[in-house]
Design a protein around this ligand. Structure first.
Ligand SMILES: [Zn+2]
Ligand SMILES: [Zn+2]
Ligand SMILES: [Zn+2]
Length: 524
């Protein structure tokens, strides 16, 4: 496999060796702290020490931010000057050869979003999501600060109920105490007096497996992205009506911007947390003054959420069409009503932009695997995955689709069985909500290149407009990298290296937390 240019879209490391100074770690100048390492980790260090490759490994691991399964590449790249106006390539500025790296192979972070796949890269992703969400709340990262003056809601949308399920409650109360509960047709009591431990596999499981509407649950999950799409259309329509313009003219007076993340509940259904901001005319960009306040917006969102329903196709002739809509549990918080100056405080929720951004960033790194121990998933989650496969097979068998079985409405549902039927993105945003994650990643990459150049040339790093330059569009780039890369594989070459990288990533995380506490203590 040949990769044309250096893959800059994966997050480069942010935890450099200097980050661990003053705290036991694996970095340059930090003492090698082997306490708390598993025997496998200790063995890995020992092997690397014996064949004298430990420092080369440690340097590489720090460079990929302790990624658990980095991508290995060999090849070369050349960096040329570029004239952005002419899009012309000029002088050769420097060359890079993977053979010159400490281990002789170029390692790149995997960039995976999921904490269960790579804790280190997932933290980078969460941090980028945090910055992206935050910029949409208060500005920064090329987003104007005036976005902070527009109405903003924090909305949680849930799936409907598909039958009673066991639950653990924050206040420690009983699961589903109902003294007069009868029994279902299968003889099961429709009440549960237990106080479930938070690790109990029963949490989220139906009280009666036979009563629970598994098929509808899976079909709801499969159609949830469409439900969200239709809800945003209904909302735009509602806002247009409220402002007395036609739908097609809405953009000339207002625009709805959002960022949302999906989160799995214990029962295996996703719910969505969305930040919804109202801006003024679209062509004036993010944060143009909004024509409505937060209360108006909240009313219109509520109308859109309760009013959006559509019929999902039946699986086959024996099946019924289902009406897809949101669950009754709907939470709309007004984070900001309108301009701070005109808002004496009573319209503000207790949520700060940092809390909201942190909340969404945390969920952005989780998925169906975060719900369960993947080696031993709870039976109800396994059942949901099985239902995905069954419905897909049933749909394909349906006579109507004989010519092209993949045209059947749920033919591809089994592809999403591991996601329990959810095929949407875990975090999405509208175009003008904020800066893109891609831009943040590119900025980090550019910063690294700048630091390298500074080291090579000895000229100091020019801090003037640094952030703006790092976040600038591709067209303004003053260098171009042309390279040729061969993919060697994914992951560390020795199994012990992975253990070590995971331990170092955990240590780096502890260090960050320690640093944050230190900062908080100093501030207090
Ligand atoms: Zn990684
Ligand atoms: Zn229970
Ligand atoms: Zn039953």
């Amino acid at each position: 496999v040949s990769v044309p240019v250096i893959p800059s879209d994966t997050p480069p490391p942010t935890l450099g060796p200097t980050d661990t100074v003053g705290f036991g770690g694996f970095g340059e100048g930090a003492p090698l702290d082997l306490s708390g390492l598993s025997p496998a980790g200790e063995q890995a260090v020992l092997t690397r020490l014996l064949d004298r490759s430990f420092s080369a490994w440690a340097e590489t691991a720090a460079m990929v931010g302790y990624c658990a399964r980095p991508v290995r590449l060999t090849g070369t790249s050349d960096t040329y000057e570029r004239d952005p106006k002419l899009d012309a390539i000029g002088r050769l500025m420097g060359s890079f050869d993977s053979a010159d790296t400490p281990l002789g192979v170029l390692y790149r972070p995997c960039g995976n979003r999921r904490a269960d796949v790579c804790p280190a890269c997932s933290r980078v992703y969460a941090r980028d999501t945090f910055e992206m969400i935050r910029a949409g709340l208060v500005g920064g990262k090329t987003i104007p600060e005036r976005v902070a003056e527009n109405p903003l809601l924090f909305v949680t949308l849930t799936a409907p109920s598909f039958g009673h399920v066991h639950a653990a409650h924050d206040d420690g109360s009983r699961c589903l105490p109902r003294s007069r509960a009868g029994r279902c047709g299968h003889g099961r009591l429709m009440s549960c007096m237990r106080r479930h431990d938070t690790n109990d596999q029963l949490i989220g499981a139906p009280l009666c497996d036979q009563c629970y509407d598994w098929a509808s649950a899976v079909i709801w999950q499969y159609t949830a992205p469409e439900l969200w799409r239709r809800t945003t259309i209904t909302l735009r329509r509602g806002i247009a009506a409220r402002l007395g313009v036609t739908e097609t003219k809405l953009g000339t007076v207002a625009s709805v911007q959002y960022a949302k993340v999906a989160e799995y509940q214990a029962r295996g259904m996703v719910h969505f947390h969305a930040l919804i901001r109202l801006d003024g005319p679209k062509d004036q960009g993010p944060g143009a003054p909004a024509p409505l306040d937060g209360h108006d917006l909240a009313r219109l969102v509520k109308q859109a959420v309760t009013g959006t329903v559509f019929a999902a196709d039946p699986v086959d002739e024996a099946d019924l069409a289902r009406v897809i809509g949101w669950g009754r549990q709907l939470d709309i918080k007004i984070v900001r009503n309108e301009k701070a100056a005109e808002d004496p405080g009573q319209n503000r929720s207790a949520l700060t932009p940092e809390q909201v951004a942190g909340y969404l960033a945390k969920y952005s790194t989780k998925d169906a695997n975060s719900l369960r121990d993947p080696t031993q998933p709870a039976p109800h989650l396994r059942r949901l995955a099985e239902v995905c496969r069954d419905l897909a097979a049933r749909g394909r068998e349906h006579a109507q689709w004989d010519d092209n079985p993949t045209d059947a409405p749920y033919a591809l549902l089994d592809k999403w069985a591991h996601m329990l039927g959810f095929r949407g993105h875990f975090s999405t945003k509208s175009r003008q909500y904020s800066v893109t994650l891609g831009k943040l990643r590119r900025a980090r990459h550019r910063y690294r290149v700048l630091v390298e150049q500074t080291k090579c040339t000895g000229t100091p790093l020019d801090l003037a407009d640094l952030e703006a330059r790092l976040l600038a569009d591709d067209e303004t780039e003053t260098t171009r990298v042309i390279g040729s890369w061969d993919y060697q594989g994914t992951g560390w070459p020795r199994p012990g290296d992975t253990t070590l990288a995971l331990a170092a990533a955990a240590r780096a995380r502890e260090y960050d937390q320690w640093k944050a506490h230190q900062r908080a203590a100093n501030a207090a």
